[in-house]
Design a protein around this ligand. Structure first.
Ligand code: ATP
Length: 236
C-alpha cells in the first residue's frame, strides 16, 4: 500500500444481490492528485464510486484520511470531506441554480456565503444564471452546477462519475480543465470516465477496470502510451 494516501481501497467487493459488480479492487489516491478509473460499459466504475461514498454496501477496506469509513453513513463521509458528483447529475430541475447550490451545503451552513462566492468565482456562467431553473441549463452548464454543488460541501476528495457524459468535445475540454484547476487548488479527485484519452491527459495516475477488477494501473502518461490500453480504450 501507500501509507500517505488520502484514499486506500483494499480488496473491495460490491454486489447487487448475488452478482458481484466489483470483485476485489485495490487502489489508492494520493492527496493532491487526479486519479482516473477507465474501463468499458459495465466494468463496475459507477458501482465502485457508489460504494466509496456509502450509497451501496461493500466488503473490504475503504481507508480515507487514515480511518476505515466502509461502514460509516454517507452523510458522515460527506462531513469528513468525501463528495460524489453522480453520473446523472441529479439536479433539482425545477429549482434555481442558486437553490441547487445551497442544497449542496447541508453540512456547511456557516460557510454558505463564502461557498457560493467560491463557486461563482470558478463558474462565472453560474453566477449569470443563478436565478435560472436548473432544468433549463445546457448539458455543460448542468455539469458545472453539479460540480459546483459538490464544492459547496468543501470536499477534500471529489468523486466524479463521468462528468463528460453526453457533452460535446469542446465542452468536455472545458469541464476537464476545471477539474484540473480543482486539483491545482488542493482538491484531490478520483475521476471515472469513458472518455479515457481526455481523462488520462489531466490525470497523475490511472486504473483500468475490467469485469469488476483492476486489470492495469500506472502513471497516466504511461497508461496512455500502453499499446494494450490504446487498442482497447483509446480507439487505436
Ligand atoms: P457505465 O459506464 O456503463 O455506467 P460502469 O463501469 O459504471 O458502466 P456499473 O454501472 O458499475 O458499470 O455496472 C457494473 C455491473 O453491475 C454491470 O454488469 C451492471 O449491469 C450491474 N449493475 C449496475 N447497477 C445495478 C443494479 N442496480 N442492479 C443490478 N445490477 C446492477
Amino acid at each position: 500500500g501507500h501509507p500517505g494516501a488520502l484514499l486506500q481501497v483494499d480488496d473491495l467487493h460490491v454486489a447487487y444481490g448475488r452478482v458481484e459488480a466489483v470483485t476485489g479492487v485495490n487502489l489508492s489516491v494520493e492527496a493532491g492528485q487526479i486519479v482516473s478509473v477507465i474501463g468499458a460499459n459495465g466494468a463496475g466504475k459507477s458501482t465502485l464510486l457508489a460504494a466509496l461514498i456509502g450509497a451501496l454496501p461493500s466488503r473490504g477496506v475503504i481507508r480515507y484520511a487514515g480511518r476505515d469509513v466502509r461502514q460509516m453513513p454517507l452523510e458522515d463521509r460527506v462531513a469528513a470531506g468525501m463528495t460524489l458528483v453522480p453520473e446523472r447529475r441529479e439536479l433539482f430541475g425545477s429549482m434555481t441554480v442558486e437553490d441547487n447550490l445551497q442544497l449542496g451545503a447541508y453540512t456547511q451552513r456557516a460557510g454558505m456565503q463564502s461557498g457560493l462566492a467560491d463557486v461563482f468565482r470558478r463558474f462565472p456562467r453560474l453566477l449569470e444564471r443563478r436565478k435560472q431553473l436548473a432544468g433549463t441549463l445546457s448539458g455543460g452548464e448542468q455539469q458545472m452546477l453539479a460540480i459546483g454543488r459538490a464544492l459547496m460541501a468543501r470536499p477534500k476528495l471529489l468523486l466524479l462519475d463521468e462528468p463528460s457524459l453526453g457533452l460535446a468535445p469542446l465542452i468536455v475540454r472545458d469541464i476537464l480543465h476545471i477539474v484540473a484547476e480543482l486539483r491545482d487548488s488542493g482538491v484531490t479527485v478520483l475521476l471515472v470516465e469513458q472518455n479515457a484519452r481526455a481523462a488520462l491527459a489531466i490525470s497523475d495516475y490511472g486504473y483500468v477496470l475490467e469485469g469488476g477488477h483492476v486489470k492495469l494501473e500506472g502513471p497516466a502518461a504511461r497508461l496512455a502510451d500502453d499499446p494494450a490500453v490504446v487498442a482497447s480504450y483509446l480507439g487505436g
